[in-house]
Ligand binder design. Structure first.
Ligand code: SF4
Ligand code: SF4
Length: 156
């Protein structure tokens, strides 16, 4: 680069906006679609476990008994597979990246109280339906047995 070019470049830089940001006072806005970290809406999640099955790195743990959903952020490779396969669309990719840390942590989320009530009501309804179906089946079997017994004691 000759001197004239150098002076021109220096003047240009002097009057143009800096390419860098004044971090931490200014922070960069991540563009739409940035895969930062996985978030779960615990008002919507049904703890079906599909995300755990689909995660290629085993970063997610669903505990139906404890009614929790957990993720190990440092094991996540932001592939989005869990988000795309969640049947309730409760998972999403937040644009912010996971903060670095000295230890591999696990983030455990509890199901919301509202969702616990919804799932309990669904489980109760399913149990009642199953009990009713079982009772109907037993009644049908009894009726068939009675009909067979009646037919055997009444030879034509
Ligand atoms: S986040 Fe979605 S896929 Fe995972 S357990 Fe909840 S509802 Fe199922
Ligand atoms: S984004 Fe990929 S690696 Fe991360 S938790 Fe979801 S499925 Fe697992």
């Amino acid at each position: 680069m000759n001197n004239v070019n150098f002076v021109g470049q220096a003047l240009k830089n002097l009057f143009s906006k800096p390419a860098t940001l004044n971090y931490p006072f200014e922070k960069r806005e991540f563009p739409e679609g940035t895969r930062g970290h996985v978030e779960n809406d615990m008002d919507v999640c049904i703890l079906c476990g599909l995300c755990q099955m689909k995660c290629p790195t085993g970063a997610i743990t669903v505990d139906k008994k404890a009614q929790t959903w957990a993720i190990r952020p440092f094991s996540c490779i932001q592939c989005r597979c869990c988000v795309d396969n969640c049947p309730k669309k409760s998972l999403s990719m937040d644009k912010m990246y996971q903060e670095p840390g000295p230890e591999k942590t696990e983030r455990v989320l509890d199901l919301s109280d509202k969702q616990k009530e919804v799932l309990a009501a669904q489980a109760k309804a399913a149990a009642e339906k199953a009990a009713a179906a079982k009772a109907a089946m037993e009644a049908k079997k009894k009726a068939e047995a009675a009909a067979a017994a009646g037919g055997a004691g009444n030879p034509s």
